[in-house]
Design a protein around this ligand. Structure first.
Ligand code: HDE
Length: 677
């Protein structure tokens, strides 16, 4: 949706919402004047008794709440989840029993490092937190778009975050890990190696929230109605496939459209292109716990999908935007400890610490213990207990009894047995000495980092080398650069050597890994490739080839690609045969980086300035490996810039096969082969 359409739609919604309502104070008194405060005389001082002014200003003064310490910048949507089949054999979770049952969900996507107003396309992990409003209570799957984490024990989280956030003496840089303290932490906490490989890969610059995988990271448990447990890992697989931006493009979008990801999600939902994600689980039997070359409790390890397949168990569809970002997206309170019967924890020491942290953070952020009463956090099933009072209590509890056990209220609310749906913790046997130690089984920090590296395609490897070279290139400490290069020589000597060359530190001579295994599922080369909802910028000038251009646009729409018109001015652009197109963007308001592909239509009457602007767009798209299409005058334009067909550049006079070829090139996402030429 163009900005203009978005604006009009919002104005329309706003009008219908507030129509026929009179303005009142919060106490319900009708307001007679909202522009002028109460004064003693027209030019006199404002009076204290102006309760309307004081209420309005006080409320405004208190409008902000503390932003999340991490994941502050987020955007969310509502939707529903439906299982494919009953998971009864593995879990008794009610929402996973019946394929006809739909469960409402609320999903918040986020970046980690930046503050609430930061740009969205920075290099960072993305949060992918889902609240399932099940009939047995809320289940929160609070995951990321990367399947492993930087650290193995929760006690190190404050250190990690202090190192990652802007440096405290000058509060720079915003939304970026390319600074000394972050890399100092990495080099001195080497369990981070695997996650850093992901963070330096294309995964950390997603094209869209709709095109990211999600992972629960930790090992959880499914427990069935017989009390039998299985270890599981959660996955979200986007139906549109997993796709990324390129780094140069991501940085430019940060300036041109800092709201790029939220705009993309919002527009997709408004247009009825509902984002879909399949829920998957990897399942390991309890008796196989020790049959792997990693510890299933170690959150820096993934389970290669080729060894433990992902079973797709249902689909989530996001189909409704929020009505109010503060009330919903900002006030939503996720917590990995919000589970329902049939889902349980493991002793992953990172997970165990999270189980404490999330409620604690909501207490300060949402101002007290009653945040579960906010509309977005309320379970859809009834909830009753003896908790009372506290800041912002909304429930009006009746009667004198607020304790258990009691006789005055017949011992209600009563507890439930497991058969009646009461949550029973999995009775895992635990025994051990009290120690502060890393288990020996948690000490291999590099094998899976190399597994990830081995699994990358050549262009993906190039991007990782460039990302390391960028990040380390921004450091002021040569010592840290050297430490990092030496650390990653344990992952790949080739990677470390090239990065060392690029940043001008001593090139490591020894290192490398004897891990040769690869997991093809980790490469984005092997993801779903579809043209749907891709944005194509159509460059047209006054006097464009009427029939040809409009029929290409229609054919693109049929293929569910989204063409948007770019010209040198807004308003109506006339074609040769009386056809008219409305420009959505100009060369000033649009930008090459904001499109997935460009179609150069042009016209016979393009002036020099038009040609210059159009070529700037086209060359940038070319440099970002994007598909480019052209017909007639557009082809001449491309030729002027020395752009020939092939490798995602589609030039064809036969309109039918042209559109087919162009759509196929769009589905491919990027044409990395250009890089190798
Ligand atoms: Fe979080 N994390 N985290 N985290 N996390 C928060 O909770 C924390 C971790 C994740 O959209 C905070 O409400 C600790 C892993 C997401 O509202 C806080 C540790 C994963 C979100 C917190 C971790 C996540 C958060 C800040 C290490 C992926 C945003 C605000 C033990 C599986 C949720 C808040 C949203 C948010 C603590 C590590 C995901 C401070 C202590 C691993 C998606 O409670």
């Amino acid at each position: 949706m163009s900005n203009e359409n978005r604006k009009n739609k919002q104005i329309e919604e706003f009008r219908t919402d507030d129509r026929d309502k009179k303005m009142t104070t919060n106490q319900g008194t009708k307001v007679s004047e909202d522009e002028f405060s109460l004064k003693a005389g027209e030019r006199g001082p404002t009076l204290m008794e102006d309760f309307h002014f004081r209420e309005k200003m006080t409320h405004f003064d208190h409008e902000r709440i503390p932003e999340r310490i991490v994941h502050a910048r987020g955007f969310a949507a509502h939707g529903e989840f439906q299982p494919y089949e009953s998971m009864k054999d593995y879990t008794k979770a009610d929402f996973l029993q019946d394929p006809s049952k739909k469960t409402p969900v609320f999903v918040r996507f986020s970046t980690v490092q930046g503050s609430k107003g930061s740009a969205e396309t920075v290099r960072d992990a993305r949060g992918f937190a889902t609240k399932f409003y099940t009939e047995e209570g809320n289940f929160d799957l609070v995951g990321n778009n990367i399947p492993v984490f930087f650290i193995q024990d929760a006690i190190k989280f404050p250190d990690l975050v202090h190192a990652l956030k802007p440096e405290p003496h000058n509060e720079m840089p915003q939304g970026a890990s390319a600074h000394d303290t972050f890399w100092d932490f990495i080099a001195n906490n080497q369990e981070s190696a695997h996650m850093v490989m992901w963070a330096m890969s294309d995964r950390a610059i997603p094209r869209s929230f709709r095109m990211m995988e999600g992972f629960g990271v930790h090992t959880f448990r499914f427990v069935n109605d017989k009390g039998e447990a299985h270890f599981i890992k959660w996955h979200w697989k986007p139906v549109l496939g997993t796709h990324s931006l390129v780094w140069d493009e991501a940085q430019k979008i940060s300036g041109k459209d800092p709201d790029f990801h939220r705009g993309d999600l919002y527009d997709a939902i408004e247009n009825g292109d509902y984002p879909e994600f399949e829920l998957g689980v990897q399942i390991i039997k309890e008796e196989d716990e020790f049959n792997f070359d990693f510890d299933v409790l170690d959150p820096t390890k993934l389970w290669p999908e080729e060894d433990v397949p992902v079973k797709k168990i249902g689909k989530m569809t996001l189909n409704r935007n929020v009505d109010n970002v503060f009330a919903e997206t900002e006030q939503v309170a996720f917590h990995p400890g919000h589970v329902v019967p049939g889902i349980d924890f493991t002793n992953d020491p990172l997970l165990q610490g999270r189980l404490f942290s999330y409620t604690d953070t909501q207490l300060i952020r949402l101002g007290g213990p009653n945040f579960h009463e906010l509309p977005i956090n309320r379970p859809v099933c009834p909830f009753h207990n003896n908790q009372r009072d506290g800041y912002n209590r909304m429930t009006i509890n009746k009667g004198p009894v607020a304790y258990h056990k009691n006789s005055m209220a017949d011992n209600t609310p009563a507890t439930s047995s497991p058969e009646e749906g009461g949550f029973e913790h999995y009775q895992e046997k635990v025994e051990g000495r009290k120690v502060r130690k890393r288990s020996d089984s948690f000490k291999d920090h590099f094998s899976q980092a190399t597994l990830f590296w081995n699994s990358m395609s050549d262009p993906e490897k190039e991007h990782i080398k460039e990302a390391f070279s960028f990040e380390l290139g921004k450091l002021s400490s040569e010592d840290i650069q050297q430490q990092v290069v030496d650390m990653f020589a344990n992952v790949s000597l080739e990677l470390a050597q090239e990065v060392a060359e690029n940043v001008g530190v001593e090139v490591p001579k020894e290192g490398g890994s004897n891990v040769t295994k690869a997991s093809p599922a980790l490469s984005q080369e092997n993801t779903n490739k579809l043209p749907h909802t891709r944005k194509v910028g159509v460059i047209v000038a006054e006097g464009f080839n009427g029939q040809e251009v409009t029929s290409v646009i229609e054919a693109l729409k049929k293929a569910e690609v989204e063409p948007e018109i770019i010209s040198n001015k807004l308003g109506t652009i006339k074609g040769t045969d009386g056809e008219e197109l409305e420009a959505d963007h100009t060369f000033l308001t649009g930008e090459s980086v904001l499109f997935d592909a460009l179609y150069a239509a042009g016209s016979k009457s393009m002036d020099k300035k038009f040609q210059q602007d159009a070529l700037y767009f086209l060359k940038e798209a070319l440099a970002h490996y994007k598909p480019i299409g052209a017909t007639h005058e557009g082809v001449d334009l491309l030729k002027k810039a020395g752009i020939d067909d092939g490798l995602g550049v589609v030039i064809n006079d036969d309109l039918k096969s042209y559109v087919k070829e162009f759509v196929a090139a769009i589905a491919e996402h990027r044409h990395w082969d250009r890089e190798i030429v």
